[in-house]
Design a protein around this ligand. Structure first.
Ligand code: TYC
Length: 139
């Protein structure tokens, strides 16, 4: 289960830490007029705080490149290196996969990261007048 929670793209910022206030003793008001722990019963009352790191899996999205007949292979390779931080060798492999199969995965990211990558790809494709398409889908 732990390995499932800690995917490659999960960072410490993806975990939500919740502080839960837990009454130590049930019952009447804890106000003892400032004489803490000196109640007539001798029973200490109060509130302790317990931190319980609650792990929350971020919703992950696959970013996909779509094939077309016009975008130069070299342009796709450069996009994969630049936007998705792939090595030249990985980028060539992914580009060829997309070229042959029609679609291929560039990476899996939390929503906002995936969205930014799609926007970067689409912006650079449009500026260079290539029809390259990039989409994201919930994993
Ligand atoms: N099919 C394109 C060509 O032959 C290359 C290409 C690869 C285009 C991947 C888009 O996502 C793509 N020039």
């Amino acid at each position: 289960m732990t390995t499932e929670l800690l995917s490659k793209t999960t960072t410490a910022a993806d975990f939500l830490h919740i502080v839960e206030r837990v009454p130590l003793v049930d019952g009447p008001n804890d106000d003892d007029g400032g004489k803490r722990g000196e109640g007539k019963s001798g029973t200490e009352t109060g509130t302790i705080t317990r931190t319980r790191p609650k792990t929350k899996r971020p919703n992950l999205y696959r970013v996909l490149l779509l094939n077309d007949d016009y975008t130069p292979m070299e342009f796709v390779i450069l996009v994969l290196q630049d936007v998705f931080n792939k090595s030249r060798e990985e980028a060539v492999q992914i580009m060829l996969h997309v070229h042959q199969k029609g679609v291929g995965e560039c990476g899996v990211y939390p929503y906002e990261v995936a969205e930014t990558k799609v926007t970067r790809v689409m912006d650079t494709a449009r500026k260079n007048q290539h029809p390259l398409q990039c989409v994201m889908e919930k994993q």
